[in-house]
Design a protein around this ligand. Structure first.
Ligand code: FES
Ligand code: MG
Length: 577
């Protein structure tokens, strides 16, 4: 560990301490806001990056929680400053929040770089916010602690427990099939999301906040506390107290985010039955930390770590609130300790092993024992083949087992509007054995790789009782989605990946046990199609989208911008002020 900071060596002292005209300006302008030297002099200045907005229901409580963080910072002798960062509300930001994950990561990096701050509390939780905040803070390199928003309470409708996303998809299919009424559907609208906080299924939010904890970037147990629980307020204040100590200790993300820490995160992702989105985000974050993590690390973990969290959609019953009461992430970590690097350091200054000492599990049906898992092999499988030379993923724990080995004819949609126009056509030539293919939905094609990967089952088949089919795309899918969906095909079709060459009627062969996905078409024919292929028109001619399409990496590389990856240029380091 590094020797630590003194009041003189604080980064913020470079703004406030010198006896020169510029620092006079800094001091006089902070006094303009009513502060006295007692407030700031010699104290760590803590940036609280708040991703609250009036249209972000997952972070709605951050307006109050930030006051708890400030209380903690003040108690510990720091000086809190709240800095608003872009708020990426998953449900509202179009075309997809994934288009803006890297923009938020840049926002975070530059906010930290440019302001007189010594340490950072990162307030986030909704899907892309967690990786974005951590990616930016990792590049910035100052001591940082992550404050997860917490999941919302269980949904409730007519005595039934409802889960975010998953139950919306499920009952939407029932409505399309005519088995529930319009009135029921409207009623459900008010019951499925009944408190502040993130989706309470094992979606991307719950997965990513658990991953943040497993990496060591949150306080122990922080990611499992439901948003409205008073424990959440106390945890927020504790984040404030702890970050001040971290500044004095000079405990930086670089000391925490080792390769072992990321492998811990991957093991946890598997045991949680994680969202497929985790793969992209963990790879991107690890690369920011200078760690070489790739699809093969997920594949290796998937073969040895069973799914233990019986939380929907991989599990059949419970939600994140139940997971918290059952012992939360510390409980789960203690159960998979054999798969973890227990020596990895956390924001507490102690090792992961030390932080989970004494952790207990209070309900073995919610957090299953190793000998009675929800799913024996891991949550994710990485497939390769002539359709996905750089890989693609499937979530076998959330799909009908009969599709784990399947061969069927392709039904190809060139883009999302084409799919949407056709899927409810009851004359569509489709059987339950077809493989639905959606292309031009990847990082560049979507653009931003939207969550279109759980293609709807054609209406004609829904009416016949079909509820799962093999679906293949270069899109992502929501962590709350389910089904035999093969996602993240890399390289994507928009840049000429093999998905661009598939034609309706071609045979596609899937073999999850062999980790293969192949197009059963002779190579000579594929070469003819490749020669005739022309790239689609670019989506943007200006602005952020233009920059995005020029710099975005493919899915298997984490979809970061090339110029933000660690090896691109010198480290952020100290600003030249
Ligand atoms: Fe924010 Fe699901 S919409 S976590
Ligand atoms: Mg989501």
């Amino acid at each position: 560990m590094t020797p630590g900071k003194t009041p003189e060596t604080l980064r913020s002292a470079r703004w406030f301490a010198p006896d020169d005209l510029r620092s006079f300006g800094h001091r006089s302008r902070i006094m303009q806001m009513g502060y006295a030297p007692e407030d700031w002099a010699g104290r760590p200045i803590i940036a609280i990056l708040n991703t609250w907005s009036d249209i972000n229901p997952c972070h709605a409580h951050f307006k109050q929680r930030v006051e708890d963080v400030k209380r903690g910072v003040l108690q510990a002798g720091g000086f809190p400053i709240e800095l608003p960062a872009i708020s990426l509300a998953e449900q509202y930001v179009k075309p997809t929040t994934m288009l803006y994950r890297n923009l938020l990561a840049m926002d975070v990096e530059e906010l930290i770089r440019s302001h007189p701050v010594d340490g950072v509390v990162l307030m986030g939780g909704c899907d892309k916010t967690t990786p974005a905040l951590l990616m930016g803070a990792t590049s910035a390199g100052l001591p940082a602690i992550y404050l997860p928003a917490g999941a919302m309470l269980r949904g409730n409708w007519k005595g039934k427990v409802l889960g975010s996303g998953s139950d919306a998809w499920k009952y939407w299919d029932e409505r399309r099939a005519g088995t529930i009424t319009d009135a029921d559907w409207l009623d459900m609208q008010g019951g499925i999301a009944r408190s502040h906080g993130t989706c309470m299924t094992m979606g991307t939010a719950s997965t990513m906040t658990a991953i943040a904890e497993a990496i060591g970037m949150t306080l122990p147990g922080a990611s499992s506390i439901p948003a409205p629980d008073s424990n959440h307020m106390r945890m927020s204040a504790e984040c404030g107290r702890r970050i001040v100590e971290m500044v004095w200790e000079d405990l930086t993300p670089a000391q925490i985010q080792t390769r072992g820490a990321f492998l811990n995160a991957i093991a946890v992702a598997m045991a949680m039955g994680c969202s497929t989105n985790a793969i992209i985000h963990v790879i991107a974050q690890a690369r920011r930390a200078g760690q070489d993590i790739g699809l093969d690390d997920f594949e290796a973990a998937s073969r040895v770590v069973p799914v233990l969290a019986n939380v929907r959609p991989s599990g059949d019953t419970y939600l994140m609130e139940d997971f918290f009461y059952a012992g939360g992430l510390p409980g789960l970590l203690s159960r998979i300790r054999g798969h973890l690097d227990l020596g990895a350091l956390t924001v507490t200054g102690r090792t992961l092993g030390e932080t989970i000492e004494g952790a207990a599990i209070y309900n073995d049906d919610v957090i299953r024992p190793l000998d009675n898992p929800v799913y024996a092999e891991g949550a994710l499988a990485v497939l390769r083949g002539n359709l996905a030379p750089d890989g693609c993923v499937i979530k076998p724990s959330a799909c009908d087992p009969r599709f784990l080995r399947h061969e069927g004819p392709a039904l190809v949609f060139d883009d999302y509007p084409a799919m949407k126009a056709a899927i409810d056509d009851e004359a569509l030539d489709v059987s339950p054995d077809h493989v639905l293919v959606l292309r031009n939905a990847g990082p560049q094609g979507g653009p931003g790789m939207p969550e279109w990967g759980m293609l709807p089952i054609p209406k004609k088949l829904v009416k016949q009782g079909v509820r799962d089919m093999v679906r293949l795309s270069d899109a992502r899918m929501s962590g709350t989605s389910y089904g035999a969906c093969i996602l993240h095909v890399s390289p994507e079709s928009h840049v000429g990946g093999p998905l661009a060459l598939v034609r309706t009627g071609d045979r596609i062969r899937l073999d999850v046990a062999a980790r293969r996905i192949d197009l059963v078409v002779p190579e000579a024919e594929l070469a003819r199609r490749r020669a005739a292929w022309t790239p689609p028109a670019p989506h943007y001619e200006r602005g952020y989208g233009w920059m995005f399409t020029r710099h975005i990496r493919q899915a298997h590389e984490g979809c970061d911008f090339d110029f933000l990856e660690t090896q691109f240029g010198a480290p952020v380091g100290e600003p030249s002020i």
